[in-house]
Write a protein that binds this ligand. Structure first.
Ligand code: G6P
Length: 469
């Protein structure tokens, strides 16, 4: 079996406090890679002066060998905080209004991709499989090819790919699109994302489509396919079952004192629809006054990308909003919203999911959303809770039995909360069984296998006749 090299900006090496970074990519990929083993190259999370960049730091954890690189302060500002998180992230989440284009940041993005290529090159062996992850590193394959690398290189995009009218507003769209065509396999979360990508190619007159999943640009053929990412379903279900015996679980149950728990778990990000969710919860409480004092929303929201101005502003907005609702509706012995800005360890989270009668997973736009999947896996099959899921999350393409909501429709979402809390046991069980079967069939290991099977079976071809079906 070829050695696998994974490259991503964020790498899940635990920090000094033992907590790994929040975000679907780190959690899912670590689980998948632990099983197969391999080398994982990424950013150390540290920045320094240019002359202080040293050799890669190597950390071994079980089957995974991490190779971590520092970046300069300028790199972090231009590539990570700048182009990746102020252009690509908002554009891919349909927030044209938040995109801040700057030539300096664009140049920094391509420069850091070149830098990642230069760090990878000395480690590379001829038959290594390279798997690159997410929007930070789109041009990496093009950089490697320029240096003569002929290995198979795959790319998986964890976030949505937008429609051409949105994508083409980006000044460097052509270079990014062409950069993607240098991969052998490009993975998306959903068919919808792949079709948006195909529409972008068609709109730009780039190459031609050979079949549902095969494309040809210039002399090169490549595969573009959906691979919906999963979780370690059975393992997570086990963690949730065991969590109900912990002290935290008992303390939480005691503090709820019989009230129904609604849960929301998201990084503090404008794509997650947190303010609309709080509005919907407030509307629900106002329209259903009988529920007041009997329901609590626990919103767990670790801070994220705080150096990026839009995120910093959001910290204030959400804290004020939660405070306002609590002030307006709360009583001396009931707080409607418990708002927590820290990330919890997985067992604690799993236990809370299991305790919650309802989860609100209501992003305005999301590549997949693994919180939705973890919530389902954590449920007690005898008495499962209800998943309220945004139709704009990739997970909605798979979890058809969830209560699907439009998060922009605050009143509609408020009514869905009421319906969810009153849902009869039989219906809850039926919906849960359907979702759980999907999660068992397509867990994170199946996702990883499907992608790597395609990558190892796909030769970089120059003739369409050599393409697999
Ligand atoms: C999303 C992205 C990941 C990213 C994560 C956390 O899940 O798809 O690439 O790692 O958010 O964001 P951060 O900027 O902290 O890495």
């Amino acid at each position: 079996m070829s050695r696998l090299i994974v490259v991503s900006n964020r790498v899940p090496v635990p920090d000094k406090r033992g907590t790994a970074p929040a975000g679907g990519l780190a959690v899912a990929l670590k689980t998948a890679l632990e099983a197969r083993g391999g080398l994982w190259l990424g950013w150390s999370g540290r920045s320094c002066g240019e002359d202080e960049i040293g050799p890669l730091t190597s950390v071994k954890e079980g089957n995974i060998e991490y190779a971590l690189t520092d970046l300069t302060q300028q790199d972090v500002e231009e590539y990570y905080q700048g182009f990746a998180n102020r252009v690509l992230w908002p554009i891919c989440h349909y927030r044209l209004d938040l995109a801040e284009y700057g030539r300096r940041e664009m140049a920094g993005y391509f420069r850091v991709n070149r830098f990642f290529a230069s760090r990878l090159l000395p480690m590379l062996r001829e038959d290594d499989l390279i798997w690159v992850h997410d929007y930070h590193l789109i041009p990496l394959a093009a950089e490697l090819r320029r240096q003569g690398v002929r290995n198979r290189i795959g790319f998986f995009l964890h976030i949505p790919w937008p429609a051409p009218d949105v994508f083409l507003t980006m000044p460097v769209h052509e270079e990014l699109l062409k950069g993607l065509t240098e991969y052998d396999v490009i993975g998306f979360q959903t068919v919808h994302d792949r079709e948006n990508f195909a529409d972008c190619l068609a709109r730009q007159g780039l190459g031609k489509r050979l079949g549902t999943t095969r494309f040809m640009v210039g002399e090169q053929a490549f595969t573009a396919k959906p691979y919906p990412i999963g979780i370690e379903t059975d393992e997570f279900a086990g963690i949730a079952r065991r969590a109900s015996e912990t002290t935290l679980h008992r303390r939480m149950l005691q503090s709820l004192d019989g009230k129904a728990l609604i849960i929301g778990v998201d990084r503090l990000d404008y794509s997650k629809g947190i303010t609309q969710r709080i509005d919907a919860f407030e509307t629900f409480l106002t329209r259903h006054p009988d529920s007041q004092r009997h329901v609590t929303l626990l919103q767990i929201t670790p801070k994220s990308r705080s150096e990026v101005p839009e995120y910093e502003a959001m910290q204030r907005t959400v804290a004020e909003q939660a405070g306002r609702v609590n002030g307006a509706l709360g009583t001396v012995d009931w707080v409607p919203i418990r708002y927590v800005n820290r990330s919890l360890r997985r067992p604690a989270l799993a236990g809370l999911y299991r305790m919650a009668k309802l989860a609100m997973v209501t992003p305005l736009r999301d590549g997949m959303n693994l919180v939705a999947k973890e919530y389902v896996a954590a449920q007690n099959e005898e008495d499962p809770g209800v998943l309220l899921l945004s139709r704009f999350a990739g997970a909605a393409q798979e979890l058809k039995e969830a209560v699907l909501v439009n998060p922009y429709d605050v009143e509609g979402t408020a009514e869905a909360i009421a319906r969810g809390l009153a849902m009869p046991l039989e219906e809850r069980r039926q919906r849960w069984q359907g979702m759980m079967a999907t999660l068992r069939e397509n867990d994170v290991f199946a996702w990883c296998r499907a992608f790597l099977d395609d990558l190892s079976g796909t030769a970089r071809t120059t003739a369409p006749s050599a393409a697999p079906p």
